[in-house]
Design a binder for this molecule. Structure first.
Ligand SMILES: [Zn+2]
Length: 397
């Protein structure tokens, strides 16, 4: 049974607060220049505020009267360490991937493969940032290789898990490809990793019996089958398409990994300004998503009365703006919270940020009202609001 929306929201609130506390603790342990990670912790804490989370029955179709539950956040801190924001990003990625896969027609020689590219465990410790840099660089190199030419396109995502020996950073690819020979792919990946390590000034040491880095190759079937993980050597595993889609568009890591991560790593990761694309469609699947969007746009223009539910389920609403704002306003709006932080001390910045969050929450409440006039929304403090009669809203217990 699906967990209730309130339960989901409460879980995210609790995890957000724990991660924020872990960052603050890690800042204390590290001492040095910690304004930025502290601010990130503050934003995650604000994101995890019960007043920022909404849940409610969302009126979907005025003709049938169907309703569906929804939940989400009103303001987003957009941190990769924030459970609420990352689940929103993952939901969006899943949606894009489902659209692309639904639209793309495999030709007779093509199959879907679920590939996991890993780097060897190392004796000397790399920071999470270093691990990510080398593996993403190796991925860029792989895409230029002849061995990769048979891959027509796919979705790439990044993930790390924590092991006894440290973090295990890896790349998942749901790829459309002609037949893949595991050993050939592993050899190409190993060379790309070696080059990336060399460029970063790191010594190469593989540790596998055949001297090749591990790439797990799983053939994807449209049916729901029990996943058989590939053993990595020359083996090909098996996975259902739905499972492959879920795996390809997940969170960067489980929320409790942040709590267990080494303090220095956590502080460094929290301070990362530009993450680049953690999830991306490429080649034929990117084209398929684009074509599907075009087709939907034309359909929507033909009948504009139906409101699509996924827009609100993930708490992400796009508000149509009337006309373009004047140029000087655009300039003003580009200032980020990081710019504000650089010019203020942390307490002043916190007051400024809190004011911005409150403004956004109020504005977004109104947007929800206007967009779904028959729905009733609650925040996780139990405060309800709707357009018709806010007083009659039931409190959440
Ligand atoms: Zn957030």
């Amino acid at each position: 049974m699906e967990r209730s929306r309130v339960g989901v929201a409460l879980g995210r609130i609790a995890r957000g607060k724990r991660v924020a506390r872990a960052i603050v603790r890690a800042c204390g342990a590290c001492g040095s220049d910690v304004k930025m990670p502290r601010a990130v912790a503050g934003r995650i804490q604000m994101c995890a505020s019960p007043a920022n989370h909404w849940t409610g029955d969302v009126f979907i179709n005025p003709e049938t009267g169907e309703t569906e539950e929804g939940n989400g956040t009103l303001w987003s801190c957009a941190s990769r360490l924030c459970q609420s924001c990352v689940s929103k990003m993952a939901a969006r990625s899943r949606g894009e991937l489902r659209v692309a896969v639904g639209y793309y027609k495999l030709n007779p020689r093509e199959r879907y493969y679920f590939l996991t590219f890993t780097a060897p465990a190392r004796v000397e410790r790399l920071t999470l940032k270093q691990s990510r840099a080398v593996i993403v660089r190796a991925w860029q190199l792989l895409r230029r290789r002849g061995e990769w030419r048979q891959v027509e396109g796919g979705a790439k995502s990044e993930e790390f898990t924590l092991r006894a020996w440290g973090h295990h950073y890896h790349i998942h690819v749901l790829g459309v490809s002609r037949w893949i020979v595991t050993k050939t792919l592993r050899a190409a990946w190993t060379e790309c990793l070696m080059k990336a390590y060399g460029e970063a000034g790191l010594a190469w040491r593989c540790g596998t019996s055949d001297g090749l880095a591990r790439v797990h190759v799983e053939l994807v079937t449209p049916r729901d089958v029990k996943t058989r993980r590939s053993k990595g050597a020359g083996d090909i595993g098996l996975r259902g398409l739905n499972s492959a889609i879920l795996e390809s568009a997940k969170y960067l890591t489980k929320s409790d990994s942040w709590e267990k991560l080494d303090a220095g790593d956590l502080v460094e990761t929290a301070a990362v300004e530009r993450w680049g694309r953690m999830f991306e469609l490429f080649g034929c699947l990117r084209d398929a998503r684009k074509a599907a969007r075009e087709a939907t746009k034309q359909e929507t223009q033909a009948s504009s009365s139906y409101v699509h539910t996924t827009e609100i389920k993930d708490g992400e609403l796009s508000v149509a703006s009337g006309t373009d704002p004047p140029k000087e306003m655009v300039k003003e709006r580009r200032r980020t919270w990081r710019d504000e932080l650089r010019e203020r001390n942390i307490d002043e910045w916190r007051s400024w940020q809190l004011m911005k969050v409150k403004q956004t929450i109020e504005a977004r409440r109104s947007v929800l009202w206007l967009k779904y006039p028959h729905a009733t929304f609650y925040d996780l403090n139990g405060e309800g609001w709707d357009r018709l009669n806010a007083q009659q809203s039931h409190r959440i217990t």
